[in-house]
Design a protein. Structure first.
Lengths: 114, 189
């Protein structure tokens, strides 16, 4: 499954329970982010133990996107089935600055920034 | 809204000190709202433009690197510009984006026009941000499960070390020109 826009691609690999982001993701609001939210929830429901969010190739994410990801983390926390693993890239400012905030929402989120 | 002119937070009318560079762009909120990617395009343009003032990572000992400058300027400006595209509900769609590079910091100032009702909301939001604890507000905002207003400002404060100032001026006929000033240090003191 994939979501493709003019500046980004988001892929969901069911075999590895991984959602991977590429490009620049700066959509207007939660309505525009709904397809992403749906994809994340689908992936989390089907994941048994661990779901991975791979941001290493996402250059930019705006605050509306941070909002979408953060609210998904809260949903996953409430459900408390599969755990979340987040992969980040230390060379990309927003990841280095903002990704760790996800742990403030759910301490169990495993974050690896390299 | 009682006041016709109001300033909140770290807003400064006079940007004192030596300016290494000043730029100003005039844009149309309608254009940006019609094609949303224009927000990002504008932010990226100014970010790249100003990144040339900064050295590559290897030489950036007492200041942010070119890569960091471009990334952070783009993030901050994109948030400010997106807000003007989203919230300019007055007939006047003029948006002004100013960037001033000073000896130790860089000031972004973005203004647009809104109705009195929206100006009220703007002032309320600004007060909330300035009076609360930004770290706590960030989490509280997300737990609320709404289209969190102010999340962009909170990421700037918490994650980018930005200080924010807000201004609202009545321009007549119940229209307000609202301005957000975001100041980011680029040099280690």
């Amino acid at each position: 499954m994939e979501i493709r826009g003019e500046d980004y691609v988001i892929t969901y690999a069911e075999s590895s329970d991984t959602v991977e982001f590429f490009g620049t993701l700066r959509l207007r609001d939660s309505a525009d982010y709904k397809p992403l939210n749906d994809m994340l929830e689908t992936a989390h429901r089907s994941a048994k133990e661990m779901m991975t969010l791979d941001f290493r190739n996402l250059q930019f994410l705006n605050s509306a996107g941070i909002n979408t990801i953060s609210r998904f983390v809260i949903t996953a926390r409430t459900r408390d089935t599969a755990q979340l693993r987040v992969l980040g890239n230390n060379e990309i400012s927003w990841q280095q600055k903002s990704l760790l905030n996800l742990q403030k929402l759910w301490a169990k989120v495993a974050i690896e920034i390299r | 809204m009682g006041e016709s002119h109001m300033m909140l937070g770290a807003y400064t009318e006079e940007k004192a000190g030596t300016h290494l560079s000043d730029s100003r762009l005039l844009l149309d909120a309608g254009d940006m709202s019609r094609n949303w990617r224009r927000c990002s395009l504008t932010a990226d343009f100014l970010a790249r433009y100003y990144s040339y003032y900064f050295p590559y990572r290897e030489k950036a000992t007492d200041r942010i690197s070119r890569e960091t400058a471009e990334n952070t300027i783009s993030y901050i400006l994109n948030e400010l510009i997106e807000n003007t595209a989203k919230y300019s509900d007055a007939e006047n769609k003029d948006v002004e984006v100013q960037v001033s590079l000073r000896e130790k910091d860089i000031v972004f100032e973005v203004s647009n026009h809104v109705t009195a009702q929206r100006a009220d909301g703007f002032i309320r939001l600004a007060r909330g941000l300035l009076e609360g604890n930004p770290e706590e507000l960030y989490v509280a905002q997300l737990e609320k499960n709404t289209d969190s207003s102010g999340l962009g400002y909170l990421t700037m404060i918490n994650d980018y070390g930005v200080s924010l100032g807000f201004k609202a001026d009545e321009t007549g006929d119940g229209v307000f020109r609202v301005t957000v000033q975001a100041t980011m240090k680029w040099k280690e003191t």
